[in-house]
Design a protein. Structure first.
Length: 103
């Protein structure tokens, strides 16, 4: 069963985990279109305490590094990441990293 709520599903519950959600997708519990739409609307956190020896913050489950790690682990494809990025760039609040919109 999927214990990981979608973003904003519960204001009182624990914060959803992108890492866990992508694990569910990789295990076949989530359809691709649902995953792409959900991740593209995910409330990404700003990465804190980056260390070159540990490029992925181990205490944060909701950063773009988690998505990059999922790509490296084969949990999502390059096409998945490209589509997620396209949708993030089209969000009203702009790209998740705060950068200027890509043209």
């Amino acid at each position: 069963m999927n214990d990981t709520p979608a973003p904003g599903a519960s204001a009182d519950g624990p914060a959803p985990s992108l890492r866990a959600y992508l694990g569910l997708y990789a295990a076949g519990f989530v359809e691709r279109e649902e995953m792409v739409a959900t991740v593209a609307s995910w409330p990404f956190e700003v990465e804190e305490g980056l260390d070159e020896g540990h490029p992925e913050p181990t205490h944060q489950d909701n950063t773009l590094s988690v998505l990059a790690a999922a790509r490296l682990l084969g949990q999502v494809t390059r096409e998945d990441v490209t589509e997620i990025q396209r949708r993030i760039d089209g969000r009203p609040d702009g790209p998740a990293d705060g950068a200027e919109r890509r043209r």
